[in-house]
Design a protein around this ligand. Structure first.
Ligand SMILES: Cc1cc2nc3c(=O)[nH]c(=O)nc-3n(C[C@H](O)[C@H](O)[C@H](O)COP(=O)(O)OP(=O)(O)OC[C@H]3O[C@@H](n4cnc5c(N)ncnc54)[C@H](O)[C@@H]3O)c2cc1C
Length: 375
C-alpha cells in the first residue's frame, strides 16, 4: 500500500524497531527517541505522526473488577464484536471522562454521594481524574459493558512531530517523545496515556496504529533560503527532520540556504537532546549556527529567546535576507516569548515601529516565512 491508503480510519501498523533514552541521568525529564519501521507510509518533513495509544491493561482490569464485569464479555464497536477488556484498552479513553458520562454517573449516586461528587469531582477538576479514580471513590456504582462503551469517549490519537527525513531514513521514521506525568488534586501520579504507551508499554517488535497527519509546517520551497529554527525540549523534533532533509538536498547537488537552530532545556549535561546528531550536522556544514540555552546551569535563567536577543543583529540580517522563521514546542509560554523576542528584534534592530510590527509579522506568516508547530 502506498501514499494516501492510511488515515484516521485505516491506520498503519508501524513496528517499533528501536527506542533510546535521550535525557540522561540527573534529568528532570524522560525523553526518548523512537524508531519505527513504516514500510511505504509516505510523509514529508514537517508532518506529524498520529498515534493511537493503548490504555494500561492493569488499569482496565481494576476498572472491570470494580464494576464486577467480565473482560471477555462481547461488546459491539462500530459493527465489530470484541471482548470488553480489549475494547477498553484500545477503543476508549478511560483517563478523561466526557460530560455525558459524568451526567449518567451522577444519576446513579445517592444524594449524599452527589454532594461529595459535586464538591470533589466537578467543575475545574472534571478533566483531571480517571474512570478508575472515580470508581474507586464511588465503588457501589455499577455500569454494564454496553453502557460504558456508549458513554466513554473514543480513544483520540495523539500527534508527534516526525523527527526524520524520509529521503535519508527510508522506511524508518523517528519520533522524540517526552513522558507526561504529574500529580492530580487527589495526590495521585497520573501518566499521559500515549507518551507512556510509546516510551514504556510498547515493546520493541510491537506494532502501533499510526497515520501521517499532513501539516503546513514546511521547509521553504526555495532550497537556497536560510532558515532559523527555535525548538527547545521536544520542540527540536521536526528540526532534526528539516536538517536531515537539507543534508539530503545538499548531497543531491542543490544549493541550500544556511540553517540556524536555537535549542534549550534545563541542563546541558542531561538534557542536550540529539547532541550527537546536531554536532554531526554541524561538522558537515549543514547546521551553520547552533545557539544553546540551558536554563538551570547558572544562577539566573537563560532561555532561547534570550539567546535570540543576544544575536539580534545577525538574526535580523538573516530575516532581511529572506530567512524563514520556525517555532516548535511549548505553546503556553515559550512560543509567546519567542514571538515577542522576534517582534522586539524587528523593532529595535529593524526599526519597525510598534504600530507596524504586527503587520510585519502577519505578512511574514502570509509569505510562509513564519511558521509555528506548538502544543
Ligand atoms: C502538532 C503537535 C506536535 C506534537 N509533537 C510532539 C513531540 O514531538 N513530542 C512530544 O513529546 N509531544 C508532542 N506533542 C504532544 C503530544 O501530542 C501529546 O499531547 C503528549 O504526548 C501528551 O499525550 P499523553 O497521551 O501522554 O497525555 P494525555 O493522557 O493526553 O494527558 C495529557 C493531559 O493531561 C493533563 N496534564 C498534563 N500535564 C499536566 C499537569 N502538569 N497538571 C495538570 N494536568 C496536566 C492535561 O489535561 C493534558 O491535556 C505534539 C502535539 C501536537 C499538537
Amino acid at each position: 500500500m502506498g501514499e494516501g491508503k492510511y488515515d484516521r480510519e485505516h491506520p498503519y501498523a508501524a513496528r517499533l524497531i528501536a527506542r533510546e533514552r535521550l535525557s540522561k541521568v540527573g534529568s528532570g525529564k524522560d525523553v526518548y527517541r523512537l524508531v519505527f519501521d513504516i514500510g511505504d507510509l509516505h510523509y514529508v518533513c514537517g508532518d506529524t505522526l498520529a498515534v493511537y495509544p493503548k490504555n494500561e491493561g492493569s488499569e482496565v482490569d481494576s476498572i472491570l473488577e470494580l464494576l464486577e464485569l467480565q473482560g471477555d464479555m462481547p461488546v459491539e464497536i462500530r459493527g465489530v464484536t470484541r471482548p470488553l477488556r480489549d475494547a477498553l484498552i484500545e477503543n476508549f479513553c478511560v483517563t478523561h471522562l466526557p460530560k455525558r458520562f459524568l451526567e449518567a454517573f451522577v444519576q446513579k449516586l445517592a444524594s449524599r454521594d452527589r454532594d461529595a461528587f459535586n464538591e470533589n469531582f466537578s467543575g475545574e477538576r472534571e478533566d483531571n481524574y480517571s474512570l478508575l479514580e472515580l470508581l474507586a471513590r464511588f465503588s457501589h456504582v455499577k455500569m454494564d459493558g454496553e453502557e460504558l462503551c456508549k458513554l466513554l469517549k473514543k480513544m483520540p490519537p495523539r500527534l508527534y512531530s516526525i523527527a526524520s527525513s524520509k529521503n535519508v531514513q527510508g522506511d524508518r521514521l523517528c519520533l522524540i517523545v517526552g513522558t507526561v506525568s504529574y500529580k492530580n488534586f487527589l495526590g495521585n501520579v497520573r501518566c499521559g496515556v500515549a507518551s507512556t504507551y510509546l516510551t514504556s508499554r510498547l515493546q520493541i517488535g510491537d506494532c502501533a496504529d499510526v497515520y501521517v497527519a499532513t501539516s503546513a509546517f514546511r521547509l521553504p520551497s526555495d532550497t537556497a533560503a536560510d532558515i532559523i529554527m527555535v525548538g527547545p525540549g521536544t520542540g527540536i523534533a521536526p528540526f532534526v527532520g528539516f536538517l536531515q532533509e537539507r543534508e539530503y538536498l545538499k548531497n543531491s547537488g542543490y544549493k541550500i540556504g544556511r540553517n540556524w537552530l536555537f535549542f534549550g532545556d534545563q541542563h546541558r549535561a542531561s538534557d542536550f537532546l540529539e547532541e550527537g546528531e546536531l554536532l554531526r550536522l554541524g561538522g558537515i556544514g549543514v547546521l551553520n549556527n547552533l545557539d544553546l540555552a540551558f536554563s538551570r546551569d547558572q544562577d539566573y535563567k537563560i532561555y532561547v529567546q534570550d539567546r535570540m536577543s543576544e544575536k539580534r543583529v545577525e538574526l535580523w540580517q538573516w530575516m532581511r535576507g529572506g530567512a524563514s522563521f520556525y517555532i516548535c514546542g511549548n505553546a503556553q509560554r515559550m512560543a509567546v516569548d519567542v514571538e515577542n523576542a522576534l517582534k522586539n528584534i524587528a523593532a529595535t534592530v529593524g526599526g519597525i515601529s510598534a504600530a507596524e510590527v504586527d503587520g510585519w509579522l502577519s505578512n511574514l506568516k502570509k509569505a510562509g516565512r513564519y511558521q509555528k508547530d506548538v502544543y
